[in-house]
Design a protein around this ligand. Structure first.
Ligand code: ADP
Ligand code: MG
Length: 396
C-alpha cells in the first residue's frame, strides 16, 4: 500500500523526522488560506499523487511541472487552480497520467545540497538496508546505473536495529559533519524507528536537503507498506486512498484475490502464483499479451471464482479469457461451477479457453460441457495459450 506525501509528513511529525511545515489543500481557496498561515516568505506547491517524478512531469493541459515555488498566497492559489482536477503525467504514472485531487502547500527552503536516503527490505538478504547518496534530487536509477560507486548500501541487523555508529558512518559519507551530523543521526534513527514501527517495506526521502541556514530536512517522501502487516496498522489503513489505485485491484482485494492489472487483452484466471506467472509467459510466447495476473489461491471458493470472472469481464480491454487450473487442493468442479455462474450472469460474449487438470477434473469438465457455455477445452498449457491467442486474433 502507498500513501500521499502529505500523509508521509504526518508520520514524520509523529516520529520526529525533520521536515518543513505545510498542509494539504483541496481547492485553490484552501491553498491560499494554508499559505497565509505559513510563516516563510517562499512557498512550495506540490501535486499529491501516488507517483514520483512530479517535478519533471507535465500536465495534459500543457502546464509544466507538478512542483512549483512561489512567493505569495495569491500565487499559491493560481498554481493550485492550474493543477487541481488536471491530469499529471510523470515517468512513473505511465502515459495515462494521474488526476490531481489535492495539493500540498508548504514552506520553501533555500537548498544548499540535495541528498538521497532510503530504507528498504533487501530481498536477497531479507534484512533492512539503508541506501544513501550524495546525488539526491535527480533520478536515483540513473545514478545507480551510471555511477554505482556514489551509492552507499548499509545492511541493518534486524535484531539490533540501526546502530548509532552506522548513522555516523552514513552521515559522514554524505558529507554531513559538525552540527549536521547530530541532526543526521537523529533523523536517520527516527526514520528507522518509523520504518519498523509502521511495517514499511520502503521509505524513500529524495531529496533529503541541507538548507543554506544549516538544517537537514526531509523534503519529499515515498512510502510502501507491507500489505501482509496492514491488519496491525489501522492508522496506515486509514490513509489508504483508493482513488489512486487500479480499480480492478481494489475490487479484487475485497474478495481476497491476488490480482494485478496489465496492459494486454487476454485475461487469465489461474490458481497459484507460480502457475499464474508461467501462464502469462506462455501467452506471450504464443504471441499474445496478458491483461492481468490473477491468482485465485489454492483453496478458492465458488464465490471467489465468480467474482474473479466478473472483475475480468468488467475490463473493457479484455478480448479473451484463459482459465488455467491445476487442481491440487482445489477441486476442479468448484472452479467449473464458479465459471458457469459468472459467465451466465455476465452474458459472456468473448472467447473462453479452459484448461483443467487434477483433483475431480472429470466432474469439472462435465459441469462445463453440460452448462451450454461456448468454450474451448485444451490439452495442455501451450495448447490452451495457442487457442486463446488464435481466438482473440480472429475476433480482432
Ligand atoms: P518529485 O520527486 O515528485 O519530483 P520533490 O518533492 O522531490 O518531487 O520535488 C522536486 C524538487 O523540487 C526537489 O528536488 C527540490 O529541488 C524542489 N523542492 C521540493 N520541495 C521544496 C521546498 N520545500 N523548498 C524548495 N525546493 C523544493
Ligand atoms: Mg523527489
Amino acid at each position: 500500500m502507498n500513501i500521499h506525501e502529505f500523509q508521509a509528513r504526518e508520520l514524520f511529525a509523529e516520529f520526529g523526522v525533520a521536515t518543513q511545515p505545510g498542509k494539504v489543500a483541496y481547492t485553490p481557496e484552501e491553498a491560499e488560506s494554508v499559505a497565509l498561515g505559513l510563516s516563510a516568505g517562499k512557498l512550495v506547491i506540490k501535486a499529491q499523487i501516488h507517483a514520483g517524478g512530479r517535478g519533471k512531469g507535465t500536465f495534459k493541459s500543457g502546464f509544466k511541472g507538478g512542483v512549483h515555488l512561489c512567493n505569495t498566497p495569491s500565487e499559491a492559489k493560481d498554481l493550485a487552480f492550474k493543477m487541481l482536477g488536471q491530469i499529471l503525467v510523470t515517468h512513473q504514472t505511465g502515459p495515462e497520467g494521474k488526476e490531481v485531487g489535492k495539493i500540498f502547500v508548504g514552506e520553501a527552503v533555500d537548498i544548499a545540497r540535495e541528498l538521497y536516503f532510503a530504507i528498504l527490505i533487501d530481498r536477497a538478504t531479507s534484512v533492512p538496508v539503508v541506501i544513501a547518496s550524495t546525488q539526491g534530487g535527480v533520478d536515483i536509477e540513473t545514478v545507480a546505473e551510471k555511477s554505482p560507486e556514489k551509492i552507499l548500501r548499509i545492511p541493518v541487523n534486524p535484531f539490533l536495529g540501526l546502530q548509532p555508529y552506522q548513522t555516523r558512518v552514513i552521515a559522514s559519507s554524505l558529507g554531513l559533519t559538525g552540527p549536521l551530523m547530530n541532526q543526521a543521526s537523529s533523523l536517520f534513527s527516527n526514520l528507522y524507528r518509523l520504518f519498523i514501527g509502521r511495517d514499511c517495506s520502503m521509505v524513500e526521502v529524495n531529496p533529503l536537503v541541507v538548507t543554506t541556514d544549516g538544517r537537514l530536512l526531509a523534503l519529499d517522501a515515498k512510502f510502501n507498506f507491507d500489505d501482509n502487516a496492514l491488519y496491525r496498522q489501522p492508522s496506515i489503513v486509514a490513509m489508504r486512498d483508493v482513488t489512486e489505485e487500479d480499480q480492478r485491484e481494489v475490487e479484487a482485494s475485497k474478495y481476497g484475490l491476488n490480482y494485478i492489472g496489465l496492459e494486454g487483452n487476454i485475461a487469465c484466471l489461474v490458481n497459484g502464483a507460480g502457475l499464474a506467472m508461467a501462464t502469462m509467459d506462455i501467452i506471450q510466447h504464443a504471441g499474445g499479451s496478458p491483461a492481468n495476473f490473477l491468482d485465485v489461491g489454492g483453496g478458492a471458493t465458488r464465490e471467489q471464482v465468480a467474482s474473479a470472472f466478473r472483475i475480468i469481464l468488467a475490463d473493457k480491454s479484455v478480448k479473451g479469457i484463459l482459465v488455467n487450473i491445476f487442481g491440487g487442493i482445489m477441486d476442479c468442479d468448484v472452479i467449473a461451477h464458479g465459471i458457469v455462474e459468472a459467465a451466465k450472469e455476465t452474458g459472456l460474449s468473448i472467447p473462453l479457453v479452459v484448461r483443467l487438470e487434477g483433483n475431480n477434473v472429470e466432474a469439472g469438465k462435465r459441469t462445463l460441457a453440460e452448462s451450454g457455455l461456448k468454450l474451448e477445452g485444451a490439452e495442455n498449457i501451450l495448447d490452451a495459450a495457442r487457442r486463446i491467442v488464435a481466438a482473440v486474433n480472429v475476433n480482432a
